[in-house]
Write a protein that binds this ligand. Structure first.
Ligand SMILES: [Zn+2]
Ligand SMILES: [Zn+2]
Length: 71
């Protein structure tokens, strides 16, 4: 599936790292240590916004797990 492929791509790894660094590794929900970047609009439903900074959110693992999705 292209979404899975995307999450393993260099472009995503580079971008998500940049998003985390820009946010000072602060979770957008709880202020904890952000380690993952979440797509507000899932890329499976909104593929065109997969690299849109407005669609990205740095989250800690706990907050990310609370989102009803995978990825
Ligand atoms: Zn959090
Ligand atoms: Zn997510």
């Amino acid at each position: 599936m292209r979404a899975d492929k995307f999450y393993h791509s260099k472009v995503w790894k580079d971008l998500s790292r940049a998003v985390l660094a820009k946010a000072n590794y602060k979770c957008a929900f709880c202020g904890g240590l952000a380690v993952e970047v979440h797509h507000v609009k899932e890329i499976r439903t909104d593929w065109d916004r997969r690299l849109d900074p407005e669609n990205l959110m740095p989250l800690c693992t706990a907050c990310h797990n609370r989102q009803r999705h995978r990825g």
